[in-house]
Ligand binder design. Sequence first.
Ligand code: COA
Ligand code: AMP
Length: 631
Amino acid sequence: MAYADVYGAWKNDPEGFWMEAAQAIDWDKTPSKALFDDNAPLYEWYSDGMVNTCWNAVDRHVEAGKGNQTAIIYDSPVTHTKREISYFELRNRVANLAGALRAKGVEKGDRVIIYMPMVPEALEAMLACARLGAVHSVVFGGFAAHELAVRIDDCKPKCIIAASCGIEPGRVVHYKPLLDGAIEQSSHKPDFCVIFQREQEVAHLEEGRDYNWHGFQYGVQPADCVPVEGNHPAYILYTSGTTGQPKGVVRSTGGHLVALNWSMKNIYNVDPGDVFWAASDVGWVVGHSYICYGPLIHGNTTIVFEGKPVGTPDAGTFWRVMSEHKVKSFFTAPTALRAVKREDPKGEFIQKYDLSNLKAVYLAGERADPDTIEWAQNQLGVPVIDHWWQTETGWAIASNPAGIEKLPIKLGSPSVAMPGHDVQVLDEGGHPLPAGELGAIAIKLPLPPGTLQTLWNAEARYKKSYLEHFPGYYETGDAGYIDDDGYLYIMARTDDVINVAGHRLSTGGMEEVLAAHPDVAECAVIGVGDQLKGQLPLGFLCLTAGVNRPHADIVKECVKLVRDQIGPVAAFKLACVVDRLPKTRSGKILRGTMVNIADGKEFKMPATIDDPVILDEIAAALKTLGYANAD
Ligand code: COA
Ligand code: AMP
């Protein structure tokens, strides 16, 4: 079947399409139907089925005789470690961990926060939660204590599983003090913590609260898989919105299993047994869907890579891992390839490795610039496929469905809508726009299985953020257009979310931190274009009257504040002091105009601007930061 046939099959009979896809999953009780729409516009999938994610990701492969197949390859250039874990071993490790968690009181529906670097134990912790029907929330290691505290207070975990440390090139990230600090700051306190002690750092354990990962598993009965309802939350994953309060995306179990399993063959074109590698982090949605769950549910071998595209030790790391472990499909962020290209433009490292197993490279997380795609295609000789999705959707909204049909690649486009997604471009009034016209990208409801069901403890916010602006649609927050062939083009965000090295960050969240500095009266953070990371945050600070300390000191303190409060991942290093911010007459800060000035782009003077002279002051300030085109 061609892509058009598969997409058409879904469109003609969505219920039949998703019930058929559901047959690839082992249900304890088969659902009577796919879509549950009684509570529209809040939709659910497979709600009356009973199923367990860990069973589908691990145990069933062992039962099917594939216990000796490698489930996880751990490749860690930063610790010089390589290790393989078979499905059989993974089943036993996860069952033991789940048993130990259960013995300490973790049950179906309890929340568990996981704060761990890229080690196989992070996946084991996720799977152990899934085994019990507990709801995990993984927090990215690059977030600081305050961000962790916000998540603890929102999802109120019974338990936190953390590692003693993470390894960044040139430094050890001390997780334990961050964890202790977060628990101190949060109002909610977990009953207990489990600490995976790494040999690079053995953390101090607090008597009565903290347990050693190994010690607390001794003598405990392994746990069996607990069947849960199809609409039971599998996990909560926090993502940036317009404010400092992150949004807790809730993924439900049944749809998650069906959609990810479907995507592995149809989008990533791998068969069970093939090696699939997503070079991301378990703290992001890519890590959830395509380091942990997708490949394991589908019976692939997944790679847990603890390293960077460059510097660990060199720009050949990706190619070494691919050739050594016979990777068939590879997924990363465009930033990672840009970093490699910058260090090895001629692809000399690529020539050193046998990449004959590699069939395709997938890019997502940010806009993939045509230069990078072309470079990678020429160097690797395989299709480089841009695909577009979000934490909220959990899998690709648009892609080139290589497992169905390899459509022509159009540079700058993540190709076409995947089954389940009726993607439309709307004008401000919510009317569909003709091909080629730029507007807000929205998806007609219901969203397909595997997408978010709601926001944790925030149904009203879910409706307000995504469903109310365009009734009958899910608002993606991205703007773009669709061409005559149905190819999508994602051009910009419609909100204040920025994308730094494929990491989604809230400028509003950074402004909240800066505004708390005693000398800052008002501020704005914008995302400016960056050759390597796509965007970088840049802050403008207006000082409180009477403050006459050196500006450089205040800027330094502000940079430190963002790093301490949000974390190094915010990559907030650029800020300047200005007298005033450009605003509309109604007082709205003209962030978009400031971005255009910084990026040296032409722009129309906003008709509602209060005082155009301020734009000259902004341009002058930007020049001091090295934005020479800012005129
Ligand atoms: N734990 C603690 N700190 C972390 C971290 C983690 N898991 N991940 C990143 N950081 C820190 C980095 O050490 C860096 O700190 P620094 O300011 O002290 O240098 C900071 O956060 C910013 O990190 P990053 O934006 O990743 O930049 P970098 O300079 O360390 O690396 C690249 C540049 C291009 C190599 C890197 O951005 C990269 O690999 N990008 C790919 C992104 C990706 O895979 N995204 C996932 C979405 S699919
Ligand atoms: P995240 O939730 O972190 O995955 O970020 C999702 C956002 O990243 C999207 O809403 C887009 O703004 C951006 N994004 C992700 N993939 C792409 C892509 N292929 N092209 C352009 N933007 C993308």
